[in-house]
Design a protein around this ligand. Structure first.
Ligand code: AMP
Ligand code: MG
Length: 401
C-alpha cells in the first residue's frame, strides 16, 4: 500500500505549472491565478488623513478652554488649506490633514459655536490621524504570483489602481463519471438506479478552485462508451478526472480502456480510508486521475490528493492542504489498517485545540456526513485513537473554498 503523504506529493508533482498567461480586467479576475507578482504603486493612504469626523488643530495651539476659529470646512476629496496658527479646520473621515495640523479632535469631544470649535476633552497629540503609508508603502509587494484572486486581493489591487492584471489561462478539467446504475438528477428513476451525485459534486469542487469544467460526461460500463468519452476529454482538457469503475470488478473497465488508449497507468492502493483505489495515468502530458466511486471516497480523494495536482497545474504557490491539530471528542475508539480520515466537525475550545466530533456514520457512502462536517481528522494506520487524543485536522471547508 502506498503511504498517504507519498501519494499526495506524487500527485502534486504529476502535472506541469501553466505556461500561458493573459491579461484580464480586475472585474474578471476573481477566481483567476495571478501570473506576476504585483507591487504597490503609491503609499496607502497616499496622504495623512482623518480617521474621524472632527476638527484638525495644531496640538501646540491647545490650551484648556481655548476656542479655535473654523478656517475651512474640508470634505473628503477637497484640497485642504494650510492651517493658520490658532485655527481649526473642520474635517470628515477621509479628509486630508491640512499642512500645519497634527491632531484631529473628534466632534463628540467638543462643540462648534458661532463658527468656533471649543474642545471639551483634552486631545492626545496626533490622535485620529491615519498617517500616509500606514497600510502599504509604494514598492511593497501586495499580491504574489501564484495567488488565487479573491475579494481580499481584489480590494488590494483596486486600492493600488490596478485595472488589469496578468493571470494564467484557466485550467481546463474534464470529469467522467461511470456506472450503469446512475442517472442524472431530474430524470425518472427506477428502483435499482441512483442519482449521479459525484459528477455535480466534483464539478462544483473544480469550479470552486478556479479551474474550468469543460466537460462533465457520463459513460456506461462498456468499453465503447468509455472510449468515446475519453477521446472527447483528451482532445480538449488539461486534466481528466474519472470516478468509479476503477477497482477490480469485471465492470471496472476504466483501467483497461486507459491502457488501450496508450496511457501509462499506476493503480495505487493508497493507505487511506475512505478512498483506497486511486489511479494516475498520463496520456501524452495530460494527467488522468481515477477516483473511487463511493461519494465520500471521491470527495476525500479529491480534497486531499487531487486538489494539490490542480493547484500545481493552476500555478498556485500553496499546493498541499494545511494541517492543523485538534482533540477528538467522542466516546468511540478508532483504529484501522489504513489512515482513517474521519468526517468531523471542529468546534472552538478554550484550551486552544479545536474539539473534533466525528459524524455518527463513517461509511464511504454516507453523503450526509459531507455537508455536516468541517474537515477530516486523521487517525494514523494501526493506531487506536479515542476521545481526548490529539490528531491532525484538515479543514476542507476553507481549503476548498
Ligand atoms: P464503483 O467504484 O464504480 O464500483 O462504485 C462504487 C460505489 O460508488 C457504487 O455503490 C456506485 O454506485 C457508487 N458510485 C459510483 N459513481 C457514482 C456517482 N457518480 N454518483 C453516486 N454514486 C456513485
Ligand atoms: Mg461502477
Amino acid at each position: 500500500m502506498l503511504d498517504f503523504d507519498v501519494a499526495q506529493s506524487r500527485l502534486a508533482a504529476a502535472g506541469k505549472p501553466p505556461s500561458i498567461s493573459e491579461s484580464c480586467t480586475l472585474d474578471q479576475a476573481r477566481g483567476r491565478v495571478l501570473a506576476q507578482t504585483l507591487f504597490a504603486t503609491v503609499d496607502m493612504p497616499p496622504a495623512d488623513n482623518s480617521a474621524m469626523d472632527g476638527y484638525a488643530i495644531n496640538y501646540a495651539d491647545y490650551t484648556p478652554g481655548k476656542r479655535f476659529p473654523v478656517q475651512q470646512r474640508c470634505y473628503a476629496g477637497d484640497p485642504a488649506q494650510p492651517l493658520q496658527k490658532g485655527n481649526s479646520i473642520r474635517l470628515f473621515t477621509g479628509s486630508v490633514i491640512p499642512e500645519g495640523a497634527d491632531t484631529v479632535v473628534m466632534q463628540e469631544d467638543g462643540a462648534e459655536v458661532d463658527n468656533e470649535f471649543e474642545i471639551h476633552r483634552p486631545p492626545a497629540q496626533g490622535s485620529h490621524v491615519r498617517p500616509q503609508g500606514e497600510d502599504v508603502h509604494a514598492g511593497d509587494q501586495i499580491v504574489a504570483k501564484g495567488t488565487l484572486i479573491q475579494a481580499a486581493q481584489i480590494a488590494m489591487l483596486a486600492s493600488q489602481g490596478y485595472a488589469e492584471v496578468t493571470v494564467y489561462a484557466p485550467l481546463k478539467v474534464g470529469i467522467l463519471t461511470t456506472g450503469d446504475e446512475l442517472i442524472q438528477p431530474g430524470q425518472p428513476r427506477s428502483p435499482e438506479q441512483i442519482y449521479n451525485s459525484n459528477g455535480p459534486m466534483l464539478a462544483a469542487m473544480v469550479e470552486n478552485m478556479g479551474a474550468k469544467v469543460v466537460h462533465l460526461l457520463h459513460a456506461a460500463d462498456t468499453e465503447e462508451s468509455l472510449h468515446s468519452a475519453f477521446s472527447t476529454l483528451l482532445a480538449s482538457c488539461d486534466l481528466v478526472i474519472t470516478v468509479g469503475g476503477v477497482s477490480v470488478g469485471e465492470k471496472d473497465l476504466v483501467k483497461p480502456v486507459i491502457g488501450q488508449l496508450g496511457g501509462s497507468l499506476d493503480l495505487w492502493r493508497v493507505c487511506m480510508k475512505p478512498g483506497k483505489p486511486v489511479a494516475l495515468a498520463h496520456s501524452g502530458t495530460t494527467p488522468i486521475v481515477c477516483l473511487p466511486g463511493n461519494p465520500v471516497s471521491a470527495f476525500a480523494v479529491f480534497t486531499l490528493l487531487v486538489s494539490p495536482l490542480i493547484r500545481t497545474m493552476q500555478g498556485r504557490t500553496q499546493v498541499v492542504p494545511d494541517v492543523q491539530y485538534g482533540r477528538l471528542s467522542t466516546d468511540r475508539k478508532f483504529n484501522d489498517k489504513r489512515d482513517d480520515f474521519l468526517r468531523v466537525r471542529a468546534e472552538y475550545s478554550s484550551d486552544g485545540l479545536s474539539r473534533l466530533s466525528p459524524f455518527t456514520q463513517q461509511g464511504s457512502g454516507i453523503i450526509s456526513s459531507l455537508p455536516w462536517a468541517s474537515g477530516f481528522a486523521r487517525v494514523p494506520a494501526n493506531t487506536v485513537m479515542q476521545g481526548g487524543d490529539v490528531v491532525a485536522y484538515y479543514d476542507f471547508q476553507h481549503w476548498l473554498a
